[in-house]
Design a protein around this ligand. Sequence first.
Ligand code: UGA
Length: 439
Amino acid sequence: MRISVIGCGYLGAVHAASMASLGHEVVGLDVDAEKIAALRARRAPFYEPGLPELLEEADPDLLTWTTDPAAVAGARVHFVCVGTPQMRGELHADLQYVDAALEALMPHLRPGDVVVGKSTVPVGTAERIAEDLAPTGATLIWNPEFLREGFGVHDTLHPDRIVYGLPTDGGVTTAAGEAARALLDEVYATPLAEGIPLVVTDYATAQLVKVAANSFLATKISFINAMAELCEATGADVTALADAIGHDVRIGRRFLNAGLGFGGGCLPKDIRAFMARAGELGVFDALRFLQEVDAVNMRRRVRMVDLAREVCDGSIVGRRIAVLGAAFKPGSDDVRDSPALSVAAQMQLQGAHVTVTDPQAIDNARATWADLRFATTPEEAAAGADVVLLATEWPEYRALGPEALGQVVAHRRILDGRNILDPAAWRAAGWTYRALGRP
Ligand code: UGA
């Protein structure tokens, strides 16, 4: 199948390369010439495990990259994978990139083509796009994406589920919708043959599935972080609490890791855009709890700065603080709304001398917070430090030895922002160990 992928970021580049690995002929389109140049040179423009291998192995005739919208002509299925960031000064999602992608695509569509929306959008957007597309004779399918950064290739080729939002008329899928579905089934023939569940629904439900899923994940994280606040007030241990409630399969242990909370380019902006959309629809009350989810999440960052102050006898002014981690989570170089960087910047703004390290995200972090200092290794970052903060749970930080790190710091004080270290081992080596939600 000849397909095009519009938008070659964390989602689109992985989607394009993954579709090519399934044997499709793929052209990836992006307005960013630098990104396209890297992809043409078979280099991943960002850190995503597995993507370099796919780019390397791809048949150059099957996977091409371009900045020229005309190159999408002739493809039968067009995936829209551009970003929908939070609008400046508002909770709403900014749809300018979606609109620009469709404008670029429109002149090249032929009757019978299928446009597949993967970007995360406010419910109602697909309906509007479908109307705009009507004169071209192309059909829109809403096919939300659930990939996690760091597992993008796996999640694209072996997703938990595939969702199709099809055009309906009186609750019944239209004939054009059925024809479009047949084409998308061909694109996904391999994952579908694996038995991956397929949920076929209407536009509104498909759009809601995505934001509902991210809202649920955010709620689960903020739930355990709210419990961490209770643990702090009572001397209880949130990690044992999470283990204990997680044994109940109805609750489950995944996404119950208390700590600095969620960040990244998706969860924070998605719950905010969802609240904004609910307000427009007159059902804000239904999502009022997401305000609390957001507030709990943000309080963790403030609490961590307070904890740093506590271990520094009341003031961080002039103290040297090493922050291990800048990415919003391990396995990624993405620093968008990163809790690690947000806390690092806040401590710096409050007078501390902060040095940040990360295995992958230093360049992106420096571009965002040029005032921070950066080091390439934890040992370098921690040299002479009064406090070390573990902010992103990279495996290499999990494996740090308290004795070895103790040799380079000025004071053995560690803040475990992700609750992954063994407090007993660190305390036995003479460290003051503090964490969120742990005694
Ligand atoms: C998230 C969803 O998990 C994906 O399913 C979705 O497709 C994606 O957003 C998206 O909308 O595009 P991602 O942003 O890559 O994926 O990251 P997650 O793995 O969900 O982690 C989000 C944040 O939650 C990270 O900052 C992580 O550190 C934090 N987190 C996660 C916790 O604080 N505790 C946990 O137990 C789990």
